[in-house]
Design a protein around this ligand. Structure first.
Ligand code: ADP
Length: 637
């Protein structure tokens, strides 16, 4: 997808930046001036010994000047005063021409220097040389040492300002935190996706179509005084085609499309999210009519926490507040439409759903059989299919699958067929792809001992037999003890498609889930860790029966389900400790009852379970017909 984030900015002249050139000149000019001004006169340095032997003893020294108690400058006698000592052979042959100082040497301490000088003069029988003391302020360097850090700070500050201003003009890659990362589809660069690629979802498409028409001809609507919704929220489980639908809108309407995910607003730094929201809306408004699509809006749009102690929520809250402000800030007919998608509609902040913000909600559901068939057809178009592939049968075999799962199955089937060196993709490849998508890859290489294999076979036979003799359990259509993904064995059920689950169906599902553990208890001396997934599923289900659906006998018609998601964030429970105990007891009672039912079924049909397990150990995978051969006709409601 071609990206062009800065098109609008590039057309505007870049912002004026503070020029740093003059500052550099002043800075280095001062440096050079101070250096020149404070330069010590270039006179040769000598050692104490040289001074004593060559100058002092020979009586050439006029006076000494001790500067800052550190440096001794030597002034020599001028030539005319020295004329008496013509035979002087000295290291320092040349006669001093100027008034001095002529040499210097450094001393450690004034006292020591004084003693040394006194001793040397005495030894040589000379008069004490004249010594003066003076202090020289090296004020230039003092000032400089103050100035340097200050100048560096100013320089750094100016550097930052420069960077910031270049960020505003959009030509720097640094400090772009506040800029949106939206991917933009410009006008003309049509999205490849159209409504034809979206199978099913008829109602959603109809609603969205209205939007596309508005974007294509806004005048028609505006003339009549019609107001188009500002925000449309696509709600639905993952993979049901929310993003696909949004892309199709972009493809059909032919307007700039800004797309980004909710998580892209949030960074480590507080305030960045809000800045990005501002930036996104600014860009979208500059190119009206346009569409903004925010995927996973729940990342920023979840109910504000209020009393949260976690810092992270501050950033999210400020981002959400900015989003709300932006939604309120533009008029209904400005031509920017915000689409958002989430699979957690229940936890969104109510403020986001108020009229005038995301006032239109489109609920996407998992596809039904007819829709699944249509989705299979869309994704089978590019595939080379064998004549034995029956789309209707595949749609029937995949209840509860989302559009994304079906797209995945089609791709997996093609991969499996290619792996098997086939020219065309066959029905079996699709069936294997379905199994793989449900349970993961077969792992035949997993090392399983004969004793373990026996246990797994009985475990699976337990599930299958329990469900077989319960009226409201989902019908099983296949069972296998080949390890797949994380599980060691699996049974495939074909759930009937309905929206409501009755209490009996809940209970029979619990019995089926516990059937594996029940079989182990009956047929083996000890139970094992093999039932962990089943127990997890059963426990969760029992708790939701009691706490959410009000399906228990003790806590009748009560639901602690929290559709706002606020309770989950606070640490408060909406019930008392006493009720909590009751919930736990009731859950245990339900599980015990289901387990007892399962055990009873398995004990009654003990022989059939043994036969089924034996056949499983022999063949590893059994289809519905083979199961029926062993267990007999299934009990139906
Ligand atoms: P969501 O955003 O709801 O999680 P997506 O829109 O990203 O799901 O769907 C993922 C993929 O699933 C799409 O790219 C598409 O291939 C496939 N898909 C989902 N729903 C449909 C549909 N109704 N028709 C065709 N393909 C679909």
């Amino acid at each position: 997808m071609p990206l062009d984030q800065n098109k609008t900015q590039k057309s505007t002249p870049p912002a004026r930046r503070p020029h740093l050139g003059w500052l550099y000149i002043i800075f280095f000019g001062t440096f050079v001036w101070l250096w020149l001004f404070n330069r010590q006169p270039a006179i040769p340095e000598i050692s104490w010994n040289e001074f004593e032997q060559e100058l002092l003893v020979k009586g050439q020294v006029e006076r000494l000047d001790v500067i800052n108690n550190q440096r001794v400058e030597v002034y020599l006698k001028m030539p005319e005063e020295e004329s008496a000592e013509e035979d002087t052979q000295s290291l320092f042959e040349s006669q001093p021409a100027s008034s001095g100082p002529h040499y210097f040497f450094n001393i450690g301490s004034v006292e020591v220097f004084h003693d040394q000088l006194e001793n040397a003069s005495e030894t040589a029988g000379l008069q004490q040389v004249n010594v003066t003391y003076s202090t020289q302020e090296n004020w230039g360097w003092e000032i400089f040492s103050w100035l340097l850090p200050l100048a560096l700070i100013i320089l750094f500050w100016l550097f930052l300002i420069r960077r910031m201003s270049s960020r505003m003009s959009g030509d720097s890659s640094m400090l772009k935190f506040g800029q949106t990362k939206a991917r933009v589809l410009e006008q003309g660069e049509q999205s490849q996706v159209t409504f034809k690629d979206v199978a099913g979802l008829e109602e959603a498409k109809e609603e969205i179509f209205e939007l596309v028409n508005f974007l294509k001809a806004p005048d028609k609507y505006q003339k009549l005084g019609a107001k188009i919704p500002k925000g449309i929220l696509l709600l639905g489980p993952p993979g049901t085609g929310k993003t696909l639908l949004a892309k199709a809108v972009a493809g059909e309407a032919g307007v700039p499309f800004f797309s980004l995910s909710g998580s892209e607003f949030i960074e480590m730094f507080v305030g960045v999210g809000a800045a990005r929201v501002r930036d996104l809306f600014k860009k979208a408004k500059a190119q009206t009519p346009s569409i903004i699509f925010i995927d996973e809006i729940d990342t920023i749009g979840r109910a504000r926490s209020g009393t949260s102690v976690f810092h992270e929520s501050d950033e999210r809250d400020s981002t959400l507040n900015q989003l709300l402000a932006e939604l309120d800030g533009f008029g209904t007919n400005t031509g920017v439409i915000v689409l958002a998608a989430t699979n957690r509609g229940d936890i969104l902040d109510p403020a986001l759903l108020r009229p005038g913000r995301f006032d239109r909600h489109i609920q996407l559901e998992l596809p039904n059989q007819t829709e699944r068939k249509a989705i299979f057809e869309v994704h089978m178009k590019p595939l080379a299919l064998d004549a034995d592939v029956d789309v209707g049968m595949l749609a029937a075999q995949t209840p509860g699958f989302s559009g994304a799962d079906i797209a995945n199955i089609c791709n997996e089937a093609a991969l499996i067929a290619a792996h098997r060196q086939k020219e065309l993709i066959q029905k079996q490849d699709f069936l294997d792809a379905i199994d793989r998508v449900i349970g993961g890859m077969e792992k035949r290489s997993k090392i399983i001992s004969p004793e373990e294999k026996k246990r797994i076979a009985f475990h699976e036979a337990g599930h299958v037999t329990t469900s077989w003799f319960l009226k409201h359990a989902q019908p099983v259509h296949k069972v296998s003890i080949i390890p797949r993904g994380k599980s060691l064995g699996s049974a495939w059920y074909l759930p009937e498609e309905h929206q409501i689950v009755t209490k009996s169906e809940f209970f029979d599902a619990l019995c089926t889930a516990l059937g594996g553990r029940a079989a182990e208890e009956i047929f083996f001396e000890e139970i094992s860790s093999n039932a962990v997934d089943d127990l997890e599923k059963a426990t969760k289900q029992a708790y939701s029966m009691v706490m959410n659906y009000g399906l228990s006998d003790v806590l009748r018609n009560l639901s602690f389900y929290d559709s706002t998601g606020k309770l989950r964030q606070s640490l408060h429970k909406p019930y008392s400790e006493k009720t909590a105990e009751k919930i736990d007891e009731e859950v245990q009672a339900i599980i015990d009852k289901a387990f007892a039912t399962s055990k009873e079924i398995l004990t009654t049909h003990r022989e059939r379970v043994e036969n089924l397990a034996a056949r499983l150990m022999e063949k590893e995978t059994l289809q519905k017909e083979e199961i029926k051969e062993i267990l007999g006709e299934r009990v139906t409601a």
